[in-house]
Design a protein. Structure first.
Length: 133
């Protein structure tokens, strides 16, 4: 059996994120998808795809994906529960991980889309904003 929950949260920088949680009872798995609130312009999608490839190598869990047809960017992760019960603590941890991962990544999307930066330069900008060095 599949159960889904959808909700939207706003970050401090006014970006909105759409969350989708899906739990699958038969294999004790929960899946999270976080949709970035801005569409990537068609002429920037290839550079963003290169940027996503750089970022994904550095994310501790989960991965960013982009739908080339729509320009939507997603962060996706899953958690195998084994015999654990799904608790608020597990859900909270997944939400925090998703927000951190998208928070690390979003300055790079802005640098590419608004400032015309390359994927490597966007990563440097994102890294400097997140790690403040």
């Amino acid at each position: 059996e599949e159960n889904s929950v959808f909700f939207t949260l706003s970050a401090r920088n006014n970006d909105e994120y759409e969350f989708e949680f899906v739990s699958y009872e038969n294999n004790n798995q929960i899946y999270l998808q976080l949709k970035f609130g801005k569409i990537i312009p068609e002429d920037k999608r290839q550079i963003v795809a290169e940027y996503i490839e750089i970022i994904n190598k550095r994310l501790p869990i989960g991965a960013l994906k982009m739908n080339f047809n729509t320009g939507d960017v997603y962060y996706k992760m899953s958690n195998i529960l084994n015999d654990q019960l799904l608790t608020n603590k597990i859900i909270d941890k997944m939400i925090i991980e998703a927000f951190i991962s998208m928070g690390i990544s979003s300055p790079g999307f802005t640098a590419i889309c608004n400032e015309g930066k390359s994927a490597k330069d966007a990563y440097k900008i994102a890294r400097s904003k997140f790690f403040m060095n």
